[in-house]
Design a protein. Structure first.
Length: 152
């Protein structure tokens, strides 16, 4: 038994570790993530009144979700759920180091919108200044993921 009380998985002698196949459609997720981020970035730069901070937050969050999903799908893995916490935990589990140093900041994005429970949902609109920080974070995520998927 391993120290945690779980049986230790030992690879079969002489056999390579099984490789996961990419999940079909990961390129579409990458494309959509890039599109959501471009839309958010342009809307933020132009400060159009129709793009409220709530809408910009959702565009940025969708961009990050799609980008992370593209990376996970390319590696043949899926998260258990789609909150930022779940996405970060899936990256840490399946692709350790890919988003090193960004995990806590990404998880904090969940605080602005918790809509999983219809009875006790909460929405806290961010400020325009917070949107600028979210965009910077999303651009860093995009840079790392595009580099990662093009290098594999």
């Amino acid at each position: 038994m391993a120290e945690s009380g779980q049986a230790k998985v030992v690879p079969l002698s002489g056999f390579p570790e099984p490789q996961r196949e990419p999940i079909k459609g990961w390129q579409e997720f990458l494309k959509e993530g890039n599109q959501f981020l471009a839309t958010a970035n342009n809307a933020y730069a132009q400060r159009k009144k129709t793009f409220t901070t709530e809408i910009l937050y959702n565009l940025v969050a969708m961009a990050i979700e799609k980008l992370i999903m593209a990376l996970l799908m390319k590696s043949g893995n899926l998260p258990y759920n789609h909150t930022m916490r779940d996405l970060v935990e899936a990256i840490d589990e399946f692709l350790p180091g890919e988003l090193a140093g960004l995990g806590e900041e990404l998880k904090r994005l969940d605080a602005f919108q918790d809509i999983c429970d219809m009875e006790s949902y909460s929405i806290s609109p961010p400020t325009m200044g917070q949107i600028g920080g979210m965009l910077a974070l999303a651009l860093e995520v995009q840079s790392r993921i595009v580099t990662s998927v093009s290098g594999n």
